[in-house]
Design a protein around this ligand. Structure first.
Ligand code: G3H
Ligand code: 13P
Ligand code: ZN
Length: 311
């Protein structure tokens, strides 16, 4: 099966009250762990590549690894650019075989965001590629840029219809209180998402797929592992999984997860070295890390996204 776009996935997810997992990939073990989980559960999948991932692992290596995963699993997989910030980056991924790109114009003024998104949509649609855009601004860390809570802003439901109709984008990432990274809420702060804003957006754009970034739940099991085996992240807090489940039942069709992958991988490797200090064969510590990713993704597919058996 060739790579697919997100069009059909999102339509079915919207109608079925579930979401597709969009997992960030940076190397072979991460791709294998995620795709093995999706294969076992018959789940459609989005694998996404940030510009940082592209710099780290190289475009060709990543696309070929994803092609290998498709040969091995025969799953419907969309290959997506995460947080594209320029037309040139989106063009390079479209020309280089991606089936979906995000143009993140959320750092620009409204009119500049419309103009940039429209330009990417025109180029992408002419080549059968779909486009995710963003309105509103999440807090947290993205590609070395740290957006403080003060600079973050919720999506304005009054803008979404105008933005989507003028740009022609295929899905829209919104800000309703999620944020990037492992420290999403301050200690003592009650995790909250603005479901009222999501509902308003849903009314303005019936049937239109919404995307949630910064949606890791920062799984306590892995945070504890990192803390126990030499790490320092006692204040890591994520989005409660019941809230993500609720969002998936509403208009949210794509849920982005990266931090949970990092925590599962790093926690497992830290534990491995604490228990096996003399080992130095990378296969020995990367095998349990890959298994941890697989287990974590299976949990997300079954208990958070609800996309198991949806192929
Ligand atoms: O939203 C950002 C993702 O977690 C990707 O992170 O740019 O460090 O690869 P990265
Ligand atoms: P997390 O940091 O919550 O995993 O978010 C990832 C993300 O939004 C990637 O675009
Ligand atoms: Zn993101």
């Amino acid at each position: 099966m060739p790579l697919v776009t997100t069009k059909e996935m999102f339509q079915k997810a919207y109608e079925g009250g579930y979401a597709i997992g969009a997992f960030n990939v940076n190397n072979m073990e991460i791709i294998q762990g995620i795709t093995e989980a999706a294969k076992e559960l018959n789940a459609p999948l989005i694998l996404q590549v940030s510009s940082g991932a592209r710099k780290y692992a190289n475009h060709t290596y990543l696309t070929k690894l994803v092609e290998a995963a498709i040969i091995e699993t025969d799953l419907p997989i969309a290959l997506h650019l995460d947080h594209g910030d320029t037309f040139e980056l989106c063009k390079s991924c479209i020309d280089g075989g991606f089936t979906s790109v995000m143009i993140d114009g959320s750092h620009h003024s409204y009119e500049e965001n419309v103009a940039l998104t429209t330009k990417v949509v025109e180029y992408a649609h002419a080549r059968g590629v779909v486009v995710e855009a963003e309105l509103g601004r999440l807090a947290g860390i993205e590609d070395d840029v740290n957006v403080s809570a003060d600079d973050a802003s919720y999506t304005d439901p009054e803008q979404v219809y105008d933005f989507v109709t003028r740009t022609g984008c295929d899905s829209l990432a919104i800000a309703i209180g999620t944020s990037h990274g492992a420290f999403k809420f301050k200690p003592g702060q009650k995790p909250q998402l603005r479901f009222d804003i999501l509902e308003e957006i849903e009314k303005k754009l019936p049937g239109f797929p919404i995307v949630l970034h910064g949606a890791s739940s920062v799984i306590p099991e892995y945070v504890e592992m990192i803390n126990k085996f030499g790490g320092e992240m006692p204040d890591a807090i994520g989005i409660p999984e019941d809230m993500l489940r609720q969002a998936a039942k509403m208009a949210v069709c794509k849920i982005n997860i990266d931090s949970d992958l990092r925590l599962a991988m790093t926690g497992t490797i830290r534990k491995y070295f604490a228990e096996n200090p003399g080992h130095f064969d990378p296969r020995q510590y990367l095998s349990p890390a890959r298994s941890a990713i697989k287990g974590m993704v299976e949990h997300k597919i079954k208990n958070v996204l609800g996309c198991d058996g949806k192929i």
